[in-house]
Design a protein around this ligand. Structure first.
Ligand code: SAH
Length: 270
């Protein structure tokens, strides 16, 4: 699932598309990507839109893994434009049903935050680092330097999701989970998709590319960033991630074959 039509367009070119279906204004492309049966779709923006898209993927297409990519604003000052945040913890910064429930708690659950499987987070981290190590083979130095992307990094981070496009650094302080757990990136879909996946008991990952610093300049280069940078990142990281998964599956299969080998065939002769 991509948060931008431009990212979906690039990934689509890598896919062998077998079917296309529009449901509720969302077009779902089914086919294969890097050997995996895949359904590709633009999330649309905001929590409601993205969770509805996720529900269709889970319910109708019966996906068994949801990979989300998109752009986000940086809240943590260590993050620069072009860095990648793999969500290790996500929450809805605008969920506030006090005094009925504690701030951030999702009604009817005891959850304040959502956390994807750590193994997948690690695999995504490896995949994103691999992509960034070869970034210049995908995006020219001229374009990278236009956005001052020099040494982009990957972090596992805390992502705050809400139905606001944040353009004011004063808003950052009020959205932290706690004094010890501060939001590092802000966006509009991740924790909603995470909620739905956890309710359906399906694994997922939220990967965000920092497009802005969630300040007054957040919208200035956003479209240029999406058209020149983040669409490439999303495709590159998704493909690397699928290769990592494929290698893991192959390794596991080999381990299984190894474990089937009978050390002493005479045990079968009785
Ligand atoms: N290209 C669009 C902009 C979409 S902005 C246009 O100009 O029409 C909405 C997307 O940006 C969402 O996916 C949201 O998650 C992400 N995003 C990026 N920076 C953000 C910020 N500072 N605050 C909130 N969401 C942000």
């Amino acid at each position: 699932m991509g948060a931008m039509p431009q990212e979906v367009d690039l990934i689509k070119m890598e896919m062998n598309i077998q079917a296309e279906e529009t449901i509720g204004e969302r077009t779902f492309f089914s086919g294969s990507l890097n050997g995996f049966d895949t359904v590709l779709v633009f999330s649309r923006w905001g929590k409601v839109a993205a969770s509805s898209t996720a529900t269709t993927l889970l319910d109708k297409y019966k996906i068994d893994f949801l990979l989300f990519t998109g752009v986000a604003g940086a809240v943590d000052p260590i993050l620069n434009i072009g860095d990648v945040v793999i969500g290790k913890k996500l929450y809805q910064h605008d969920m506030d049903a006090r005094p009925i429930f504690p701030r951030f708690q999702i009604p009817l659950t005891d959850k304040l935050t959502f956390s994807p499987n750590e193994i997948h987070v690690s695999q995504a981290e490896v995949a994103a680092n691999k992509y960034l190590n070869n970034l210049q083979s995908d995006i020219s130095i001229e374009i990278l330097s236009k956005f001052s992307i020099v040494h982009p990094k990957v972090i596992r981070g805390i992502i705050a999701t809400g139905d606001q496009f944040v353009t004011d650094t004063q808003a950052h302080e009020g959205m932290h989970l706690s004094d010890s757990e501060k939001a590092q990136a802000v966006e509009m879909e991740g924790a909603a998709v995470a909620q739905i996946c956890e309710e359906y008991n399906k694994p997922y990952l939220i990967i965000r590319i920092i497009s802005d610093k969630a300040d007054h300049s957040a919208t200035i280069d956003l479209n240029a960033f999406i058209e020149n940078i983040s669409n490439h990142y999303s495709r590159g990281i998704a493909l690397e991630f699928l290769s990592t998964l494929q290698n893991n599956i192959t390794e596991k299969a080999n381990e299984k074959i190894e474990s089937w080998k009978i050390e002493d065939p005479s045990v079968l002769m009785t």
